[in-house]
Design a protein around this ligand. Sequence first.
Ligand code: GH3
Ligand code: MG
Ligand code: MG
Ligand code: MG
Length: 307
Amino acid sequence: YIPKDSPSCISSIIPILKRLENNGEHKALVVDDSITARKYIRSLLERQYLTVVEAKNGEQALEVFKKERDISLVITDYSMPERDGVSLVKELRKSYRPGQLAIIGLSASDEAALTAKFLKAGANDFLKKPFNQEEFYCRLHSTLNILDSERNLYKLANEDYLTQSWNRRYFFDHQLVKSHKGPRCLALLDIDNFKQLNDTYGHHIGDMVLIELANTLRNYFPDALVARFGGEEFCILYGNSFQIFSQRLEVLRRDIADSEFTILSNLIKYTISLGVVNLDAGIHEMLKRADACLYQAKAKGRNCMVS
Ligand code: GH3
Ligand code: MG
Ligand code: MG
Ligand code: MG
C-alpha cells in the first residue's frame, strides 16, 4: 500500500513505500459510537484514497459485512453499546483470516490489558486515543502492506499463473472437495491433440488457447469449482445434479467444437474430451474413475464425453 497523497508530516519519517503488484483500492469500515470520531477517522482514511463505510457499534458492523462484500480493513473502537470492539474482532475472525481482512483496534480506555485483548482476539494492531496522526498513518500503512503481501502470497499459492484458474492446491483445499455432504459431481476435461496445435501454431498460441479455454470454463460454470490440473487438463467440481451437469458439459463441448478463434491472425479450431463421474466416494477414487472415463473418450475418437 502506498499513500498517494501523503501529508507532509508523514513523508518526513516514512520513506517511499514499495508498491506491490496487486495493490488495489482498499475499502475500510470505521466502527465507533461517536460520530465525531467516525468523521475524523473517515477524513484521515479518505486522504489516503481509501473508500470508507461506517457503523456505530459492533452489531451494526456485522450487518454492514453482510451487505458490503469487499471490505479489507476494519478500524474499531472498543467501548460501544450492543457489541464492543473486541467481541466484534472475535466474531469477524471466525470468517476472515488476517490475510483477507486487516483490523485495527482503537480506544480511549485506560485499561492496561486492552492492547493484548485486541491482539489476542485477532486484531492486527491497536492505537490508543487520542492518537498522533503520524503514528496512525504509519500503522495504517504497515497493516495494509502486510495485507497486500498476504493476498499476493495467497494468489501465488492458489492460482495458476498462465490462466488465472485455481490450481491443484486450491482444489484439494476446498471445502466442497473435503466435504461429503450433498450432491457433487466432477469432470476431467482435456484438449484434444493439443501437442499438434502447439507444433502447428507455436507454444505462445497454445498458451492463448489455454487462457481462452479457462475463461470459457469460468463463464459456463460460474457456480462450479474450476481448476487447472496441469498441462491442458482442467477439473470441474459441481455441487448439484449430475444430470444438469452432464447436459451443461455437453453444451460446452459442442460450443467449443463449433467455435473458431482468431488468435494473432491464426484461425484456430479445437475440441475437448471429457470424463464425468458422480461423486459418491472419496475425491481420489472419483478422480481415478473420471480419468478412466476420459481415457475412454480419447479412445472413442475424442471430442466426446464419457460418464
Ligand atoms: P490427446 O488428444 O491425447 O490429449 O493429445 P494431446 O496432444 O493433447 O496430449 P499430449 O499429452 O500428448 O500433449 C499435451 C501437450 O500439452 C504437450 C505439452 O507441450 C502441452 N502443454 C502442456 N502445458 C502447456 C502450456 O502451459 N502451454 C502450452 N502451450 N502447451 C502446454
Ligand atoms: Mg466508544
Ligand atoms: Mg490433450
Ligand atoms: Mg493431457
